[in-house]
Design a protein around this ligand. Sequence first.
Ligand code: 3PG
Length: 311
Amino acid sequence: SLSPADTEEPRSSSGQKVKIGIYFATWWALNVVFNIYNKKVLNAFPYPWLTSTLSLACGSLMMLVSWATRIAEAPKTDLDFWKALFPVAVVHTIGHVAATVSMSKVAVSFTHIIKSGEPAFSVLVSRLFLGETFPVQVYFSLLPIIGGCALAAVTELNFNMIGFMGAMISNLAFVFRNIFSKRGMKGKSVSGMNYYACLSMMSLLILTPFAIAVEGPKMWAAGWETAVSQIGPQFIWWVAAQSVFYHLYNQVSYMSLDEISPLTFSIGNTMKRISVIVSSIIIFHTPVQPINALGAAIAVLGTFLYSQAKQ
Ligand code: 3PG
């Protein structure tokens, strides 16, 4: 089981803070680009199991090439490393495919509003599975997070149960992923970048048979033809962009997770979602009612209260 030290924040200097700030800004910017291309692809080609697989395949290939050409140094790993990585890869795969399925069913902004509830899941997982207890303010701060998400969900114009559940499952899976990853990287010689590279490769192996079983080449071929006839040959570049940016944003997020606690990571992640929610609403002309926006704002505010309460 986890010791409290797994969730403790390392002491940071001001140089360290600048570095984390740069990582965060890069992570958010890459993530906005990913979300836009991902949704453009899903609108024309509604096969989230394939697009999730391609994202992992593209990242794995990029890293294999980087190692082969020595742009990045390949990690020294042993069987124990890969064994320990397996459960992390399982939850990474579940969280990734669930979020992508969600975004194929609902507006990007809606998926991310629900995903802004991740800190609440972090508390529940730590409390129920790891036996950690928290000061009462922490539990109170979950009320606006849960209430805000609930308000946003019930007032969502294009509510869809699969879209909602996908985002919820993703929240749960990623809380485990972040805690396990942090533990897996601790005291190991594998850097955040290489840890994520190995995670992508293992997730790719796990996801591929499921993607074939759920969707499969027949559907993909027919869907691809339709998408290319609607969008034109540049459709392939949209797919390439969503895949490359998926890898890059995650790589940068792991480079920061390597240096911060899972808690700080979740808070940075919620702030990232504000940029995604706002930019996707503008780009996709997503209809929002004031009450719906209020729910999202309360949920995000709840995360700030939560971070205060946790400190
Ligand atoms: C995915 O495809 O994995 C999701 O878009 C993940 O979203 P997140 O990294 O913003 O939690």
